[in-house]
Design a protein around this ligand. Structure first.
Ligand code: BGC
Length: 799
């Protein structure tokens, strides 16, 4: 995967670098990027010296920021300015000496994918000691769901419906990243997804604008803390701006064509939430938006982002996106691509040479005005200022004597929080006859191709996560039942059977295969699994997707259980043993058979470094699951898109009535297999007595909606009480309901609590046909429930 351990070492010893890169699983693409950067570096001309260099002072606060930066810009040559717009990925093929020279010549703004302090320090030294203006570099990295410790994938984190969990994940990740000298993360990824064929569904927080916006805010607060200029905080660059999650057909990098209404009502709010929370950066999406690539989209980057939203931070292109403007067919050549991108407002050009090659000529010809170039440079220097790098370029890197002897040391991990966080992300989908929690006794069969995979459980953007340090489901169960029960195991099947798919997934990695197939025939493997199951009192089957199937560039044509895994499950079911299915996947799967046949069904996503322990905690009742689906699960690929907050239509399908001439697919049951917000507990929770404090509300006023949550079962546990609001009559067709609040509440057996939500105009407003935010009078239906489907309803009038 791109970012699985993908960290080249740049320490002056090329051979060692290559070996290290190979050991750490550097992706082909990173290496290619590095070669490209090296070639670019080789062809660069030296910048002319302007006025005598002045050493940057130690700025002390925002009051001095503008003056400081303007002074610097006034002293920069064109080449130095262009250098400040270049973000390069460093790879093993980048000759160290040349790289140092480029930095020393002031022609590089920052790097990504270098996260080892002893490698980065000489680069920073070259920047601040040898470059003419001594402008520090910054170091960026994709810290998406963890850094050294890998936490569950974002889709799983969203399932916690617990913003403290998300903030904690981001805080710890930031601390770990800082310890490696990282200054900026390309996260949070807040692209709404309605199409689970899209592999990057795994990387986002699901389908709902309210929930994703909350997750965006919590992530930014966690990464940046009070401010991104501290030794333990990093800058968050929210991505991918904008609408990347709506690529047509769920095919990655495809076009996005969307009505302005949907854009403003559903897809844009999470980016705005991250920016309002203070995100210092924005990564611009690879896709086009209504015909204009985001990278050259003046409306998106100037009018909306800067003017309307007031964003003051730095923008960064996605990987190679400026070059791709020629392939989008909006730029004749690289020169035009550079011109379009800079005019649109792309500050940093990631991993391409276009700014370097084209901007000096464009400035010389007057096609780009110096003021336009300066505007871009100002943002980059501003980000470096906000990161505290002018005050101390080694703020996060620290002193050489404090460098960790072993960067991968287990002591650098945060295992306990990782376990606690992962437990909060596991969704219980079925539990017939109270199959779960299991007792730690007798013989347990653990079967399935994902049961012992340290690689897959990390998920695809696992940063510096090390598969060998991950607790697999097998390891977690073994530890939990040690000395109490017997574990018998069999692989049962591979995840996928198609050799072409194996090759596709293996292509991305440089050094070692991502997928290792068991060469035995499926019949032999199933036979072995059945005989193992027959020895046991209960069967746990760990099945789903390889992590590479839920990743960038991993769009699927089907959301079925891959390969022969369904066949394996059917054979296990036929043994008559209680069957617990543990799902590991990064997108909703069509799991109708599993729903109907599993005695218990757990959605565990990719649960991270401590995933196996967390899953065992849930299986054996050391933790009562409370997570909820942050995305609807369709019954089949044909039902895509399935999302709960769809707009009202003229011929809705109504349960129990004849379906003819209503909106439906006639060969299949209607509605999702599992609705948004769904998730069970080992206890039985009820919500009753929905009351509104008033039947009428005047504009500007608020009312309270309250309901009583009761734990009627025999386990202590938490549940997520969800508030939805429907606006059944308005100037435009409105969603059938929209999430407007949620509270996660822990109750002891028999305990009840009245849960209150405030409802005011904030919860009622929407974007009208003129794209204005409005609140319209009339009836509103307040709904409270434990998922989006099963709710109590009370109405009030806004007058
Ligand atoms: C991805 C981004 C990522 C970047 C750098 C791109 O391919 O789309 O999400 O931040 O690579 O790794």
């Amino acid at each position: 995967m791109d970012n699985r351990n993908g960290v080249p070492v740049v320490d002056g010893r090329e051979d060692d670098s290559r070996a290290e890169a190979s050991r750490s699983g550097l992706s082909r693409r990173q290496a290619l990027a590095a070669i490209a950067s090296a070639a670019a570096a080789a062809g660069m001309a030296g910048g002319p010296a302007a006025a005598a260099p002045k050493k940057p002072g130690k700025p002390t606060g925002p009051a001095t920021k503008t003056a400081f930066i303007e002074d610097l810009i006034a002293r920069m040559t064109v080449d130095e300015k262009v250098g400040q717009l270049r973000l390069i990925s460093i790879g093993p093929e980048m000759p160290h000496a040349k790289l140092m020279e480029e930095v020393a010549a002031g022609r590089i703004a920052g790097s990504f994918n270098t996260v080892i302090r002893r490698d980065n320090r000489p680069l920073q030294e070259a920047a601040v000691k040898r470059s003419r203006l001594k402008i520090p570099l910054f170091f960026a990295y994709d810290v998406v769901h963890g850094h050294r410790t890998t936490f569950p994938i974002p889709l799983g984190l969203a399932a916690s419906f617990d913003m403290a969990v998300i903030e904690r994940m981001a805080r710890i990740s930031a601390v770990e990243a800082c310890n490696d000298g990282v200054d900026m993360t390309f996260a949070p990824m807040v692209d709404i997804s309605h199409d689970p064929r899209w592999g990057r569904t795994s990387e986002g927080f699901g389908e709902d604008p309210y929930l994703v916006s909350e997750c965006a805010r919590a992530s930014v607060h966690g990464f940046q803390g009070a401010a991104p200029d501290k030794p333990d905080t990093i800058m968050a660059a929210v991505k991918h701006f904008a609408l990347y999650g709506a690529v047509e057909g769920g095919r990655d990098y495809n076009t996005v064509d969307m009505s302005p209404l949907r854009m403003h009502q559903v897809y844009l709010p999470p980016y705005k939430a991250a920016i309002d929370a203070g995100a210092g950066g924005v990564m611009v999406a690879l896709n086009s938006v209504n015909g204009i690539p985001a990278t050259s989209n003046v409306w998106l980057l100037q009018d909306l982002l800067r003017k309307q939203w007031g964003f003051k931070g730095v923008t960064v292109s996605d990987h190679g996106a400026i070059t791709e403007l020629t392939r989008h067919g909006v730029a004749r050549d690289n020169r035009e691509a550079a011109k379009l991108a800079i005019k649109a407002g792309i500050d940093l050009s990631m991993a391409d040479q276009i700014y370097l090659a084209e901007l000096p000529g464009l400035i010389a010809s007057g096609e780009i005005k110096m003021a336009e170039l300066d505007a871009r440079v100002r943002e980059v220097l501003g980000a470096k200022y906000d990161l505290g790098l002018f005050a101390d370029p080694f703020l996060r890197m620290g002193k050489p004597e404090d460098d960790p002897a072993d960067v991968k040391a287990d002591s650098r991990l945060h295992r306990e929080p990782a376990r606690e966080i992962a437990r909060e992300t596991i969704v219980l989908l079925e539990n017939r006859n109270q199959t779960l929690p299991l007792k730690k006794q007798g013989t347990i069969a653990l079967i399935g191709p994902l049961a012992d995979s340290g690689l897959d459980i990390l998920g695809s953007w696992s940063a510096q996560g090390v598969p060998e340090q991950a607790v697999t489901v097998r390891a977690g169960i073994e530890k939990a039942i040690e000395g109490k029960a017997r574990l018998v195991t069999a692989r049962g099947s591979n995840v996928i059977d198609d050799q072409k798919v194996v090759e596709y997934l293996n292509f991305l990695n440089w050094d070692k295969p991502e997928v290792i197939q068991d060469p035995r025939p499926i019949e032999t493997m199933i036979e072995e699994a059945v005989s193992v199951a027959n020895q046991a009192d209960v069967v746990i089957a760990v099945v789903g997707e390889l992590r590479g199937m839920s990743h960038e560039s991993s769009s699927r044509v089907s959301i079925d259980m891959p390969g022969s895994q369904r066949r394996l499950l059917q054979a296990l079911k036929a043994t008559g043993k209680p069957l617990v299915i543990v799902l590991m996947n990064g997108r909703p799967l069509a799991i109708g058979w599993e729903k109907d046949n599993a005695d218990a069904l757990l959605e565990t996503w990719y649960a991270g470094t401590e995933g196996g322990n967390a899953i065992a905690d849930v299986l054996f009742g050391d933790h009562n699951p409370s997570a909820k689906l942050p995305i609807s699960f369709p019954r089949s690929v044909g039902q895509i898109p399935t999302y709960y907050n769809a707009l009202r239509i003229g011929r809705p399908y109504t349960e129990g009535k004849p379906g003819n001439y209503t909106s439906q697919y006639f060969e299949e049951a209607q509605g999702p297999l599992y609705p948004f917000g769904f998730g069970l507990s080992y206890s039985r929770f009820t919500v009753k007595d929905l009351k509104l404090s008033a039947a009428q509300m005047k504009r500007g006023e608020k009312l309270t909606a309250e309901a009583t949550l009761t734990n009627e079962g025999s386990f202590e546990g938490a549940n997520v009480v969800q508030l939805y609001i429907a606006d059944p009559y308005a100037s435009i067709a409105r969603p059938v309901k929209e999430l407007k609040g949620f509270q996660k509440i822990t109750l002891k057996p028999g305990e009840s609590r009245v849960v209150r939500f405030e409802v005011g105009e904030d919860q009622l407003k929407f974007i009208n046909a003129d794209l204005k935010e409005v609140v319209e009078t009339g009836r509103f239906d307040v709904q409270i429930g434990l998922d989006s489907h099963d709710v109590l309803v009370q109405s009030f009038e806004l007058v």
